[in-house]
Design a protein around this ligand. Structure first.
Ligand code: F0G
Length: 482
């Protein structure tokens, strides 16, 4: 049991674990938060963690480990080649994915790098339900083009559709007819689709995609970084799978794919990554890149301790009581914000809660980056660090034009097993306060704009002087700096 009904009739998520190691947090006064955000160029990636109260930047590499993971880390076999730790990880991956071959990488984007080098030739297309930042950067760096085929519901902020990450099957057929299967390097399905709000695809949609890809000889590649959440959503939202075990759903997904890669900073509660396949030819064609870019074939840039942690983390991912904690907390967070009238992405997905900055700051022009401005305003009001997922996270076209994102989202990630319900409650309250004062918040403009993956380290400033007005209003309303 992990969601309980109280005597009052209301339901709340209930953690199926207890906290045994803690890290003390600091909540700075708002004037200090203003100094910190200005020093960070209004980019939450550039904030120092000591200045952050609740770090909701990402769920990557910051999930809480279990006692079993910590214990396994101490048994790591420290060898450059032929480590027993690698053998254990490989065996666990073969068990859960049902695939024989494994190429380790230091994290998810390194797997993307290898796949892009191995498969993408200049002018070729990579079709996908939706792009991810690092994936797109690697594909375009090889001269490839990314074509998105997500169902329209995926791009509408509010919807009743349970699987907003689904592929538009007609669009896939049209793409093949118009551009030719031979020009499609591979189809990439991103499970738990990140940039549209951690939204899942269904098993039946994946079946349809797989069927078409196999008929046309197009390799089907899955980005399984957010698979844990998607497994949970298939189990709870797809009637066909209601009585299946998580392990069975996982294997059914794998059987539809030719190659699966993942960031183990998300999947498996550790830090690392890799590529699995059941196809010896594919394995052999990619293998040479691993020692060249990552490390020898039995570690691929990962530390042996992390590999032990991932092995146990993958085992824990088979446990519904473990993987439901994230989605249930996120659903609670989303419900609480909705109850206060805050515009959020619905239905709640995995990874985190997503606030709709386009509606929240409907007076801020999209070229002044409303989701970046909202991330800065929420940090100022609460010490909570979220992440811009909108136009700032896009890259300019080769001719310098700036594509506007489909959605302007502020992502508030909930790293798995990390936060308590009262911390989620606090974040909700302060976002509510920003919402009540949203007209004070203005846009952002560039001070330094890097060419590649600009959102990671670009610097901006507030347009006008809204930041000082927000600080003054905070002091007035709360009567203190906290
Ligand atoms: N694919 C997806 C779907 C991801 O969410 C990420 C990372 C990657 C690939 C790259 O993996 O970080 O291990 O190199 N997402 C992080 C995030 C960065 O914050 O959403 P990585």
């Amino acid at each position: 049991m992990s969601k309980v009904t109280y005597f009052s009739g209301e339901s709340f998520p209930l953690e199926m674990h207890k906290v045994r190691i803690i890290q003390k947090l600091t909540l700075l006064p708002i004037e200090e938060r203003l100094r910190a955000v200005e020093e960070a160029g209004y980019n939450t990636f550039l904030l120092q963690n000591k200045d952050v109260f609740l770090d909701m930047l990402t769920d990557s590499g910051v999930n809480a480990m279990s006692d079993r993971q910590q214990a396994a880390m101490l048994t790591a076999d420290d060898a450059y080649a032929g480590s027993e730790t690698f053998t254990r990880l490989h065996a666990k991956l073969s068990e859960v994915f049902g695939m024989k071959y494994f190429l380790p990488t230091h994290q998810g984007r390194a797997a993307e790098h290898i796949l892009a080098r191995g498969f993408v030739k200049p002018g070729q297309i990579v079709a996908t339900n939706y792009h991810f930042t690092t994936t797109k950067a690697h594909i375009t760096a090889q001269g490839g083009e990314v074509v998105e085929l997500i169902e329209p519901s995926g791009l509408s902020v509010t919807s009743d559709e349970p699987f907003k990450g689904n592929v538009d099957i007609d669009a896939l057929t049209n793409l093949i007819n118009e551009r030719g299967a031979e020009n499609i390097a591979f189809f990439r399905v991103e499970t738990g689709t990140n940039l549209v709000g951690g939204q899942p695809h269904s098993l039946s949609n994946l079946r349809a995609v797989s069927h078409i890809c196999r008929r046309h000889g197009i390799p089907l590649v899955m980005d399984a970084s957010l698979l844990a959440d998607n497994l949970y959503f298939i189990k709870t939202r797809e009637p066909e799978c209601a009585d299946w075990s998580v392990a069975d759903i996982w294997l059914a997904i794998s059987q539809l794919c030719d190659i699966i890669y993942f960031s183990a900073r998300k999947l498996g509660f550790g830090r690392g990554g890799g590529i699995v396949t059941d196809d010896l030819k594919i394995y052999e064609s990619l293998r040479a890149w691993v020692p060249m870019f990552e490390g020898f074939l039995t570690y691929g840039g990962m530390s042996v301790r992390e590999m032990e942690a991932i092995t146990i983390g993958l085992d824990e991912t088979l446990d519904e009581d473990m993987i439901n904690q994230g989605p249930l907390f996120i659903a609670h967070f989303v419900d609480e914000m909705e109850r206060r009238g805050i515009p959020v992405v619905t239905p709640a997905g995995g990874l985190g809660a997503h606030v709709d900055a386009m509606r929240f700051l409907d007076h801020v022009d999209q070229r002044q980056y409303p989701s970046g401005a909202l991330a800065a305003a929420v940090y100022l009001a609460s010490g909570v660090r979220g992440m811009e997922r909108g136009t700032l996270s896009e890259q300019r076209e080769p001719d310098g034009t700036e594509p506007l994102a489909h959605m302007e989202l502020l992502r508030l990630a909930l790293p798995r097993r990390v936060f308590t319900l009262s911390q989620v409650q606090y974040a909700t309250d302060r976002i509510h306060w920003v919402y009540a004062n949203r007209r004070i918040v203005g846009g952002l403009e560039w001070v330094e704009e890097p060419e590649i993956l600009r959102f990671f380290y670009g610097r901006l400033r507030a347009v006008g002087d809204w930041q000082h007005a927000l600080v003054a209003k905070f002091r007035e309303d709360f009567g203190s700096s906290l």
